[in-house]
Design a protein around this ligand. Structure first.
Ligand SMILES: [Zn+2]
Length: 70
């Protein structure tokens, strides 16, 4: 956002601690981590799955296939 001159600072607009890269904004930010933790916990509870929170799963959906299908 700072490179596009849309913001004055390149820091994350949520936490103002780290550089606001795409990965930080979508996953790494500690404020976003709480959201992902809640979502993964909810999905595991409802679907009975054992997904582990990681950036590939949360941002790209990699690892969503389960072996429950026949
Ligand atoms: Zn942040």
């Amino acid at each position: 956002m700072a490179k596009l001159k849309l913001r004055d600072s390149d820091l994350c607009w949520r936490c103002h601690r780290s550089k606001g890269t795409l990965l930080h904004m979508l996953y790494d930010c500690y404020l976003t981590q709480n959201l992902w933790k809640t979502i993964i916990g909810f999905v595991n509870k409802v679907l009975g799955t054992k997904f582990v929170q990681n950036p590939a799963l949360c941002t790209l959906g990699i690892g969503l296939k389960t072996n429950n299908k026949k």
